[in-house]
Ligand binder design. Structure first.
Ligand code: ATP
Ligand code: SF4
Ligand code: MG
Length: 350
């Protein structure tokens, strides 16, 4: 890695008690394909604390899911490879653990919710059986106890008439209810961290909001960390604490959620915000970021966003911008803010 690429803000090691719940450090993931090496994740750093929600945002192909898969240890390897990086769970690097050690963390300490409940649930087993299985396998519960726990969980995620529906099969539930069942599965063992990858994308808008509210409510109640992966800025405004915006496998902007909306410090984030439909602009043509995300086999030199960026200058084609702290005009600190743009000052302060 060149010095230009090196991230400036990799924090110093801390003891297990002081360590964040999850800390991803300089994570790289590549896929070795017949066409070449696709660099899907190129030096991602982030932390999540108990009770905190980090939204990871970016267009399709920006590396959001691959980062999550690397954290969970469910990456396809090969073709995937993690050439460098650390995934510290309470200070312990999960990438260095044995499969056995990792399995103990997965499900119990870190659980994942996927977009597509129908393909994650087994169609020939009742929902109650699948929920109960978590308790039978992990806690040695009897069939009766497991069923009672399954009903309790279905109540918890507000599935009406849980007692009557516990023996129903996945296809007998609506999309929104199935996604609640996925949340129940993730919650079963009371994990410390949930990674939700586009958990509401397949649902219609009103149901999306209900499921997202439920997830946020349960997260507060259990004081869990939550990584919420989405390409929809509209979804995260009410639930996230902070946002990491990804582009071509890098984090290009980090900020507390409301500050990002008010004053983006990266032209890509500005483009994403300008492309959200707004009620007060009905009838006007919606802005769209020009061009397409890059081919990961051939990421543009310098700033990967330069071919699409309205502010690009010569330096943008040669030097990779570091994720650097964003400050007020007078140099005053802006906590949690960073931008990987040579011209972040012009972007945020205009
Ligand atoms: N098993 C694989 N083999 C080869 N390339 C892969 C594999 N899995 C992912 N990729 C590539 O890694 C890149 C990042 O993919 P990723 O799934 O993380 O994107 P994403 O940000 O989650 O996008 P989306 O919003 O569409 O879910 C993509 O270009 C994808 O083609
Ligand atoms: S570094 Fe240059 S190309 Fe990249 S976002 Fe900033 S202005 Fe645009
Ligand atoms: Mg994805």
């Amino acid at each position: 890695m060149t010095t230009i690429e090196k991230q400036a803000d990799v924090p110093a090691p801390r003891s297990a008690e002081q360590a964040p719940l999850l800390e991803v450090r300089d994570l790289h993931v590549e896929f070795h394909t017949r066409e070449g090496v696709a660099k899907a994740v190129n030096g991602v750093n982030y932390t999540v604390e108990p009770g905190e929600t980090l939204a990871v945002l970016g267009e399709s192909g920006s590396g959001k899911s691959v980062t999550a898969q690397a954290i969970m240890g469910i990456l396809d390897m090969p073709p995937g490879r993690i050439p460098q990086g650390e995934v510290l769970f309470r200070g312990q690097d999960m990438l260095k653990m044995s499969n056995e050690e990792r399995r103990k963390i997965r499900g119990r300490k870190i659980a994942m919710i996927f977009q597509d409940a129908l393909s994650s649930l087994n169609p020939v087993l009742s929902v109650g059986y699948q929920l109960g299985e978590m308790f039978r396998v992990h806690q040695g519960a009897s069939r009766k106890e497991a069923k009672a726990k399954a009903i309790e969980l279905m109540d918890k995620v507000k599935i009406p008439a849980a007692k009557e529906r516990v023996n129903d099969y996945p296809h007998q539930f609506s999309g929104g209810m199935r996604q609640r069942i996925m949340i129940a599965m993730a919650l079963a063992l009371e994990p410390d961290l949930i990674i939700a990858d586009e958990p509401t994308t397949a649902l219609d808008v009103t149901v999306q909001a209900q499921v997202m509210d439920l997830l946020a409510e349960l997260q507060r109640e259990y004081n869990m960390g939550l990584i919420l992966i989405t390409h929809d800025l509209g979804v995260v405004a009410d639930v996230a604490d902070k946002i990491a915006v990804m582009y071509a496998g890098r984090i290009v902007e980090t900020a507390p959620v409301h500050e990002l909306y008010k004053r983006p410090a990266h032209p890509y984030t500005r483009g994403l915000l300008d492309s959200i439909p707004r009620l007060d602009q009905k009838g006007q043509e919606l802005y769209a970021i020009k061009g397409l995300p890059p081919n990961l086999l051939k990421i543009p030199s310098g700033c990967a966003f330069n071919p699409r960026c309205p502010k690009a200058q010569d330096i943008c084609r040669t030097e990779i911008p570091k994720l650097a702290p964003v400050t007020e005009r007078d140099g005053g600190e802006l906590v949690g803010r960073g931008s990987a743009c040579h011209f972040w000052k012009e972007t945020i302060h205009g």
